[in-house]
Design a protein around this ligand. Sequence first.
Ligand code: E4P
Length: 218
Amino acid sequence: MRFFLDTADVREIETGLEWGMVDGITTNPSLIAKQGKPYLPTVKEIAELVDGPVSGEVLATDYEGMLAEARKLAALADNVVVKVPLSPAGLRAVRTLKAEGIPTNVTLCFSANQALLAAKAGAAYISPFVGRVDDVGWDGMELIEQVVTIYDNYAFDTEVLVASIRHPLHVAQSALLGAHVATIPFKVLEKLYRHPLTDRGLEAFLDDWRATGKGFDD
Ligand code: E4P
């Protein structure tokens, strides 16, 4: 399973890269706005830092506008994936961009039918937002199960990129369901490492050895 970091914060990306756990990045307009930096240069800076796919989202909502912005995003670096919202115009743009060799990530997916449409349009990735589905009282992971099953049934190439991840359980459940990618906020990535028994166990090992009064090389 590939892990993308869901962030536009360069310090978080650098740390994730040091840990060797970052296979790509997803950004969105809200995440870039939080950095207080200009839009396209931020996507470019991130794409230069990371070897894997970096999703940068269009801001336009009409077909021509999305195409124009998508081409600018794709020209920033070879690893840029253009994020397009799920709408008739968006999926029309996905089809055109695919014909031009520009990969897309269809965002703001909240239903199995939306995911089916994105795959039929030729999206490289579909981003179902599990946390936001949970927020309105539905089951985000059930949506992932449906999308994985549908894509398997018809051997679609579109990869399931689980988005809007809020906690470690979302990551483990995505992996159990066979999702291709999880895009993870940095604070959740940190939590994946933690377990109280790991901390307690390490403390006990080191205490026991310290009690001998000897060092590592003794
Ligand atoms: C995914 O690509 C989105 O940027 C992101 O996962 C949205 O997450 P949120 O619902 O926490 O804003």
